[in-house]
Design a protein around this ligand. Sequence first.
Ligand SMILES: [Zn+2]
Length: 475
Amino acid sequence: MTIVNEDYLDERLGQLENIAGWSPRTLSRFETFIRTSEDYPLFKINPLEYARDKHIKEKEACDLFLHASRLGLFDIQWGLVCPMCGDTVESFASLRKVETHFHCTICELDTVATLDDFIMISFVVSPRVRSIVFHHPEQLNILDYWQHYRFNRQWRHKGGSSITSLFTTGLRALQGVAAGAQEDISVALSAGFLKIFNFADERIFTLPVAASAEAQSSTLTLNYEQQATLSSSPSVVEGQVQLHITNHTTKALSLAIAHVSADDLAQEIEIEPFFTAKQLLNSQTFRNLFSSEVILATEGIGIKDVTLLFTDLKGSTAMYDRIGDLQAFALVRQHFESLTKVIGLNNGAIVKTIGDAVMATFLTPLDGVNAALHMLREIDDFNALRGSPDLVLKIGLHHGAAIAVTLNDRLDYFGQTVNIAARVQGLADEDEIYITKEVFDAEGVKEALVDFEVLAEQSMLKGISEAVSVYKVRV
Ligand SMILES: [Zn+2]
């Protein structure tokens, strides 16, 4: 039976309502979702999938769950997910706990997660709102635990079912074997592969099952030791298979015996889009609401591709001199407000301001370029309104790999990509945007610049040993 903490839910939904800008019926659907969903849909919520289901924009869905988490309706989960099988190898309640090196025992695969992939952000309903079985993984039966708690439904056979469905279609038997004990078990197998998975230590054994013209029976021996071996002589053929399992270890085995067809194994895996840590860190809402989230990993977390935009005001010292501190400061503040709005409208987030300069990130180079063009239009309008060209904005963009770290209590980005972006900004003059070749060549950028004069240049940038290919965009 579903028990909802009514007072708590009402109060928090009321606070959510006070945050302006939700599209019609978003909150009433959200309330229904919390109240009436089965337990599993309230666990590992992928906001991108939620957006699709409820026909709202992805950004709104992400903002909805971030605000709801800030208000205590949901909790954010950080999961390190194996790229091969989709198992959540580790999960964390906070960014500060995330380590990026992980090992999948099932695939015997070491992975270094980056913010771009394999760090999955999802949401789970808070136990203060509604208790679901997934708050107590230790109480789940072993199949539910693996199929739903550990594995992720975003891993699918190309064009087909989620690979977690193998848990139900392929399973032949569950068998416990006490320490030092021996068990015999008989299973019917067709051609393909036999997989024996020990839930206790997460080791998996695979043996081919040969096709056969007539039904046969074969015998298989599994000696489970520190270095466990699975042996069969002659090889296993389809039909009834007798399994002799001896547990030589001091711990009980908890085995799943499953059949996987050659077709299943050969199928390409595709991963449905999920909310990545990169998207999360690029969310202004996350940065505003969870500013205390920090990366503790000393080496930071890598990001394979981030678009960085730097702006600065030209001649601001002269402007302070000309129109006085108070007026100049008011202008600079208005310019910050205007840039903040434009960055938000173009799917970006402000990392920091340094004096009169702004550093922002975007998910794609095209978003960054659109933001830059939009910024210059805003500044032009602003100057026209004042009847005086006091504000001159210089903009530069670059994209590439970087490292996300926390410095001075701020989630920041470091590396050569950041240095180049900052230097490229320094090349720009009035009504100019400087972008690197990497930005110019990115999807959609040439088309976005088709109405502007674009000049290619080679530029030596301070602190960068080789000349950098840049483009000057005259607006
Ligand atoms: Zn794996």
